[in-house]
Design a protein around this ligand. Structure first.
Ligand SMILES: NC(=O)c1ccc[n+]([C@@H]2O[C@H](COP(=O)([O-])OP(=O)(O)OC[C@H]3O[C@@H](n4cnc5c(N)ncnc54)[C@H](OP(=O)(O)O)[C@@H]3O)[C@@H](O)[C@H]2O)c1
Length: 385
């Protein structure tokens, strides 16, 4: 039985994780669950799984959580301290599934506590990749990729030496605007942007998929997870979302991992690793699918992917700036305050003005992140008045 903590238990990844855990109660003991502010869903999940600790990030909701869990035997906590406790307590395996840079501190705490970390929270690795991979090596922590692309690569690599790898190829569904013109993109709505054709996900990552920033963040994530430079990480648009990514080896062999577009498959792989557990995911019927298409991404219509590659190649603080500007811009787009193409424009302008040094500590990451958020928010305010 693995002792499991789920950071971000009320989100899309958190719920899929809970679904798998509840199907295999003999394999997992839930020791901690966390949420930002959704008390009802957190308390419900804590009761169902007999979790020992439930943490609400928003301290103002702690009393509500106490009330909701009265008599359950589940202890409660709040704020950053509570999140860190959930990440570092008795869990052996920590599912890091908070969205955005907000997940950085608890995810890093889990790494520094030497845990096995199933990593969905890509923004943590994008903003603090070098610090996190160094900390993982120093504290003997294991990072298991949950993102379907990175999980696919991890499975294809199966422990191969990086000397044997020529390149990796991340596949992208292309999102809901794959055939939308640049002109049409000016008037797309948040509801259209979050309506992903293949995956059901949280709002932020759905918008990132629509701009292709998600693939850009994954490019940076892949660089840190697999230790490959930008020129050995390619991106291919593959609308069917059946081939989740590929590895080309030096002898010309190419291995791919295939499966239905259901996050429970990569989540199950990370939860059970190095074993496997069954999932209810639909089995792949290749005869029914009949064809698999691939095309190069259009960097003119989707500049976010180009910006992410530039940020990866620039290094230093650029990935933190890219991520912070994107988080603020996506939230503003979802609030109906800026049009869709402004997301990439704001990210580009934040990167152009960036003169900050690279981070040497987590504190630096948080400081740069905060500065960029402030500057981009101000830029949006000025545009909106
Ligand atoms: N969804 C997918 O299929 C998918 C696939 C690959 C990778 N990922 C990555 O996995 C992560 C989670 O994505 P998601 O789609 O599951 O997101 P989501 O549905 O929006 O869920 C986010 C979770 O994080 C919590 N949270 C939000 N802000 C927080 C804060 N400031 N402090 C503490 N907790 C906070 C939320 O709590 P409340 O419910 O209380 O707001 C919720 O539990 C992201 O980094 C995403 O890129 C997701």
């Amino acid at each position: 039985m693995k002792k499991l903590s789920i950071l971000g238990a009320t989100g899309s990844i958190g719920k899929s994780t809970l679904d798998l855990v509840e199907r295999s109660p003999e394999d997992f003991e839930v020791v901690a669950l966390t949420a930002a502010s959704n008390v009802a869903a957190l308390a419900d999940a804590a009761r169902r799984t007999s979790a020992k600790l439930a943490v609400i990030a928003d301290g103002g909701r702690l009393q509500d959580l106490d009330d909701a869990l009265r008599g359950s035997g589940c202890r409660t906590a709040a704020g950053q301290e509570g999140l860190v406790e959930a990440a570092t307590g008795e869990a052996e395996l920590v599912m890091a599934a908070i969205v955005g840079c907000a997940g950085l501190m608890p995810t890093m705490a889990a790494v520094e506590a030497g845990k096995t970390v199933a990593l969905a929270n890509k923004e943590a690795l994008v903003t603090a990749g070098a610090l996190m991979t160094e900390a993982a090596a120093r504290h003997n922590a294991t990072l298991l990729p949950v993102d379907s692309e990175h999980n696919a690569i991890f499975q294809c690599l199966a422990g191969s030496s990086s000397n044997h790898v020529a390149r990796i190829i991340l596949t992208a569904s292309g999102g809901p605007f794959l055939s939308t013109t640049a002109e049409q993109m000016r008037s797309v709505t948040p509801a259209q942007a979050v309506a992903h054709p293949k995956w059901t996900m949280g709002a932020k990552i759905s918008v990132d998929s629509a701009t292709l920033m998600n693939k850009g963040l994954e490019l940076i994530e892949a660089h840190y997870l697999f230790g490959l430079p930008s020129e050995r990480i390619d991106v291919l648009v593959h609308p069917q979302s059946v081939v989740h990514s590929l590895v080309e080896f030096v002898d010309g062999s190419v291995l791919a991992q295939l499966g239905s577009p259901d996050m429970r498959i990569p989540i199950a792989h990370a939860l059970a690793w190095p074993e496997r557990i069954a999932t209810p995911a639909q089995r792949l019927d290749l005869a029914a699918i009949a064809r698999l298409d691939f095309e190069a991404p259009d960097l003119e219509r989707f500049p976010a992917l180009r910006l992410a590659r530039e940020a990866l190649e620039a290094g230093g603080s650029a990935p933190i700036v890219l991520n912070a500007a994107n988080e603020v811009a996506v939230a503003s787009f979802l609030d109906g305050r800026i049009p869709f193409p402004d997301i990439a424009r704001l990210v580009e302008s934040a990167l152009e003005g960036n003169r900050r040094n690279g981070p040497s500590s987590l504190r630096d990451v948080i400081e740069i992140d905060g500065e960029v958020r402030g500057a981009v928010s101000m830029q949006i305010e000025e545009r909106c008045v």
